[in-house]
Design a protein around this ligand. Structure first.
Ligand code: CDP
Length: 209
C-alpha cells in the first residue's frame, strides 16, 4: 500500500490546522503547516524590506518558530506574498520533499491537493461559512489576549478569502477528488470523526494500539 499522504486545504479558520494536527497524531505522521512558510516570508519581507522571492529562497527552519507569525497581521502579509509566483516556486521543493517522505505525511494549506501533492491518496477540503470562521477567529484572538472587534475580523477574513481565491498562481480551490468537509456546524471532534471515517473508507488504518 502507498504511504499515507494526507493533503488538507481550506480557507482561514475552517478548522484545517486543528484537523491536520489530530490526524498527524492519530496516524503518527509528520505534519507541515504550509501557511507558516508564507507567513514567515511575508513577515521577513515586511520587517527587513527584502524582496519576497529572495526571502522565500533564504527561508530557514528556525524562522518558523517566531510567535509573531501567529498574528493576523502576519496572515495578511502572507496572503500578499503568496500571490507572487516566484515565492511559490521557491517554496515548492521543500514542501514536495516533506510530502514524499517514506513515512507518509500530513500537509495543510491552500494548494496541497491541487499543486503540491496532486497524487495524494487522501485529499480533504475543509470549509465553513464566513460567519462561523470569523466567529472562531475572533474568539481565538480574544483568548490570546488580543484586542479586536468582530466586524473587523470578518472584513479582514473576507478580504483574505477573496485574495486567495482570485489570484492567478495556485488559487484556493478544492481538488476534483477532494472530500468536502463543511465544519460550520461541527466541533473539532466531529470534524476529526468525519475525516477519519473517510480515510478508513480509503483503506488506511492507524498502525498504533
Ligand atoms: O491559519 P490561516 O488559515 O488563517 O492562515 P494560514 O494557513 O497560515 O495561511 C496564511 C496565508 O498564506 C493564506 O491566506 C494564503 O494566502 C497563504 N497560503 C498559500 O497561499 N498556500 C498555502 N499552501 C498556505 C498558505
Amino acid at each position: 500500500m502507498k504511504p499515507l499522504l494526507i493533503a488538507i486545504d481550506g480557507p482561514a479558520a475552517s478548522g484545517k490546522g486543528t484537523l491536520a494536527k489530530r490526524l498527524a497524531a492519530h496516524f503518527r505522521l509528520p505534519h507541515l503547516d504550509t501557511g507558516l512558510l508564507y507567513r514567515a516570508v511575508g513577515w521577513a519581507a515586511e520587517q527587513t524590506g527584502q524582496a519576497p522571492g529572495a526571502a522565500a529562497a533564504d527561508l530557514k527552519a528556525e524562522d518558523l518558530d517566531n510567535p509573531a507569525l501567529r498574528t493576523d497581521a502576519a496572515g495578511q502579509a502572507a496572503s500578499k506574498v503568496a500571490a507572487i509566483p516566484e515565492v511559490r516556486a521557491n517554496l515548492l521543493k521543500f514542501q514536495k520533499e516533506f510530502a514524499h517522505q517514506p513515512s507518509g505525511a500530513v500537509l495543510d494549506g491552500r494548494d496541497i491537493g491541487t499543486v503540491i501533492c496532486p497524487d495524494a491518496p487522501v485529499k480533504l477540503f475543509v470549509t465553513a461559512s464566513l460567519e462561523s470562521r470569523a466567529e472562531r477567529r475572533y474568539r481565538e484572538l480574544r483568548e490570546r489576549g488580543l484586542d479586536t472587534i468582530k466586524p473587523r475580523v470578518l472584513a479582514e477574513m473576507a478580504e483574505r478569502d477573496r485574495r486567495d481565491s482570485e489570484r492567478a498562481a495556485a488559487p484556493l480551490k478544492a481538488a476534483p477528488d477532494a472530500y468536502l468537509l463543511d465544519t460550520s456546524d461541527m466541533d473539532a471532534d466531529a470534524a476529526f470523526a468525519a475525516a477519519l471515517a473517510f480515510i478508513t473508507r480509503k483503506g488506511f488504518r492507524s498502525s498504533g494500539p
